[in-house]
Design a protein. Structure first.
Lengths: 208, 215
């Protein structure tokens, strides 16, 4: 499929109200990052509050339809169709609220000076509907697909372990959690308080 | 602004192409100093005129076009379709793509880069702007821009070739041939192929130096 309208993209509703409309994933674009975002209704979050400090991405948010109020580094800006915000500094906190029901924001981003790689959060977002419906096999498949490209990605391994633990694959969950902690010890602390691991917390080898 | 900038696409410079069928370039990446990949807006000079020029991206760029305003009629490969605002068109490298404006005020955003490579801006943007400025009478400023591009992108046949075209149109034949010879030394096959049917070089074609170069 080479052509699609933004209204035909998948709608993946996230917990804090914004709706991810995957573009890069829809076309399997390999050269740059691009997505659209919509909101549940006027007044809802449309771009989650975040920084790009971990990824080092430069970002552009372009309003395609409706209006959005962006907050960047504590400053508010109301943007209409055809207006954009370019964030050069990855450390700046950014987010937006939709001001109209049908607002659509296009997001473009990548890390300067490096070939584009698919961000791990895409698989985590893509697995949300399956996890919400407790379709663990599907959620696991989405994570495994992403890990085939980035096998040493600690956050993906941790998330995969969560899905496996919830889906009854206790040994796989334990092994993937252990690997995530080997790669980045901070995940041990997360695991101790994570309800997803209730079924394996008493197992020998669970990161203490 | 500190680390970020707010902009409207209406604030972008507009550089019309060589005739009323050719698109108008609205350089976005260049205006912002955006570094991760190529990004430009394009408009048409009239309804029915091109908003995206017919081309293939044979050098390997993957592109996404987003109809930001208005309505376009796109051709991708052998398929032609209506593309209202909000349409996304993905064009893999080597695929024929073009679009004409179906409504006044149509604007298309084009994003592109080569998969697996760090993005490095190509000199064509600077040449497109230089040509447009020369057409509007700013020949000296345009020539200064061409000289600057050649210094920034030394030893690329595309740079020398475009400089030859520029001089053939707006300068003198001696300088044009000097650039064309350098381009030919760098990529004889490509230069011979492009030069054969390039209207920009028409003024040079009757010169004996043309025969010497391409015989």
């Amino acid at each position: 499929m080479s052509v699609r309208h933004v209204d035909e993209l998948d709608r993946i509703e996230m917990e804090d109200g914004f709706v991810w409309r995957p573009i890069r994933r829809a076309f399997d674009i390999r050269a740059f990052g691009v997505n659209a975002y919509t909101a549940l209704e006027a007044g809802s979050q449309i771009v989650e509050e975040h920084t790009e400090s971990n990824l080092g991405h430069e970002e552009i948010y372009l309003v395609l339809r409706g209006r959005a109020r962006f907050t960047v580094d504590g400053n508010e800006h109301e943007l209409a169709p055809g207006q954009l915000v370019f964030l050069r500094d990855p450390a700046l906190k950014r987010g937006a609220i939709a001001l109209d029901d049908d607002t659509v924001v296009l997001a473009l981003g990548g890390k300067p000076g490096e070939p584009f790689t698919v961000s791990a959060w895409e698989a985590m977002f893509a697995a949300v509907p399956a996890a919400r419906e407790e379709h663990w096999d599907e959620a696991i498949r989405i994570h495994e697909e992403a890990l085939a490209e980035q096998p040493e990605h600690a956050a993906l391994l941790y998330n995969l372990a969560c899905m496996e633990a919830r889906g009854g694959r206790r040994l796989d969950a334990l092994l993937h959690l252990q690997r995530a902690v080997e790669l980045d010890p901070k995940w041990a602390e997360h695991a101790r308080a994570d309800s997803d691991f209730a079924s394996i917390r008493g197992e020998p080898g669970f990161p203490a | 602004m500190n680390g970020y900038e707010i902009l409207s696409i209406d604030d972008l410079d507009r550089y019309p192409g060589s005739n009323d069928d050719a698109p108008v370039m609205l350089p976005l990446r260049r205006r912002l100093g955006f570094r991760p990949f190529g990004l430009n807006c394009w408009a048409a000079q009239r309804v029915g005129g091109h908003v995206i020029q017919r081309h293939f991206e044979r050098d390997g760029d993957e592109e996404l076009y987003v109809v930001v305003r208005g309505r376009a009629t796109f051709t991708l490969g052998e398929e032609t379709f209506d593309a209202p605002a909000g349409t996304l068109v993905h064009a893999p490298p080597g695929t024929l793509r073009e679009a004409v404006a179906a409504e006044d005020g149509t604007v298309v955003l084009a994003a592109g880069a080569k998969p697996g490579e760090a993005f490095d801006p190509a000199p064509w943007e600077e040449f497109a702007i230089a040509y447009s400025r020369a057409r509007s009478g700013e020949v000296d400023a345009a020539r200064a821009a061409v000289t600057d591009v050649l210094e920034r992108y030394p030893d690329t046949w595309q740079g020398e070739y475009n400089a030859a075209c520029f001089e053939a149109l707006y300068g003198d034949g001696d300088t044009a041939f000097a650039h064309l010879r350098r381009a030919h030394r760098l990529a004889p096959k490509d230069v011979a192929q492009f030069a054969e049917g390039d209207d920009d070089l028409a003024a040079l074609r009757g010169d004996r130096r043309w025969q010497e170069l391409f015989s």
